[in-house]
Write a protein of this length. Structure first.
Length: 331
């Protein structure tokens, strides 16, 4: 089983512009203009280790309205590399669609499964491999379009929790996919204490990757988690009392020697942050705390994500003493 060290948030801007109108046939009273609204959907990405490209080939946006009518729209810009769209960058999938006001459910993007030579694919040091998505689609949460309103949503694909490899085939599973209304989300910029990283690497030197490298990760949990003993690693299910993370993101060093992490598009609310240098030992399919060698090293404390007036507020969170310079050799 291959572990992917990175997280992706797919932000594709999908602009659905609706224009109303009526048919004034002979002898009939013209029907009133149809009330419509705007919808934007987005995909963004964080850098990944061990993977050079995650190429998605989409087909259609599909949704069902409140009257049971299914709507299908061809994706205008269907082929893109997730790894090119990091942080707050976005890739436009669709624009200019007419969409009547109302509630929509069973919303998803259909995906062309890949063989390695065509369709969706992953590239790593071993070459190019086929990529498929669970059930053939990327799911989105239900949403409501209001008349003359512009709604923006982000589809979040967390590859740390959701992408797996079996033999030569890669798969993105729905467990790592979420969507959020951008009016009610914020971004997190984390400042990491370099002493935490140094101490973790020293304590677990025997568990490093070849060359003495480590994979430093920040884990996000719901606010029901109040202690490090409640923090689980990434896994499909648990048979203990630990709580699964809702998001995972890599910690990186900048040109000034400071350590940071960035997590975009988190729904507003309260969370708790965990830290470990042993991300390379966290297989997303298994419980590596009880059945492996993974250890959650530090409790990064409580975090409140404020969306701001219109969503997208940048929240700064400090773990330990924050970034105080003097970065060291990590991965």
């Amino acid at each position: 089983m291959t572990l992917f060290k990175g997280a992706a948030v797919v932000t594709s801007t999908v602009l659905m512009v609706a224009c109303g109108g009526g048919d004034s046939g002979s002898g009939n009273t013209p029907s009133p203009p149809q009330e419509t609204g705007l919808l934007t959907v987005a995909i963004s990405d964080a850098p990944m280790d061990d993977v050079e490209m995650v190429w998605l080939s989409l087909n259609e946006l599909v949704m069902t309205d409140e009257h049971g009518l299914q709507h299908r729209y061809a994706v205008h810009n269907p082929n893109f590399d997730l790894l090119n769209f990091q942080g707050m960058n976005s890739h436009t999938l669709m624009s200019g669609l007419e969409l009547p006001k109302g509630h929509y459910h069973n919303v998803h993007f259909t995906v062309h499964a890949g063989t390695g030579n065509q369709g969706s694919a992953v590239e790593n040091a071993q070459g190019r491999h086929g990529l498929r998505v669970e059930s053939g689609y990327l799911p989105m949460a239900d949403f409501t379009v209001e008349a003359e309103q512009h709604h923006t949503h982000t589809l979040d694909v967390d590859l740390y929790r959701g992408m797996f490899q079996n033999s030569e085939e890669f798969e993105i599973r729905h467990i790592g996919i979420n969507s959020v209304d951008n009016r009610h989300m914020g971004h997190v910029i984390g400042e990491m204490d370099p002493q935490w990283l140094a101490d973790c690497e020293t304590e677990f030197a025997s568990k490093s990757l070849p060359g003495g490298l480590f994979t430093h990760l920040a884990y996000f949990y719901p606010d029901s988690v109040t202690d490090i003993a409640q923090m689980a690693d990434s896994s499909v299910s648990r048979d203990d009392q630990r709580v699964l993370p809702i998001a995972v993101t890599p910690i990186f060093i900048d040109e000034h020697g400071d350590w940071h992490f960035v997590m975009g598009y988190l729904p507003e609310g309260n969370y708790r942050v965990g830290y470990s240098c042993l991300g390379h030992l966290d297989d997303p399919q298994t419980d590596d705390i009880n059945n492996g060698e993974f250890v959650m090293y530090r409790d990064g404390g409580a975090l409140t994500v404020d969306s701001g007036e219109n969503g997208g507020h940048q929240n700064v969170h400090q773990c330990g003493n924050g970034h105080v310079g003097g970065g060291h050799g990590g991965h």
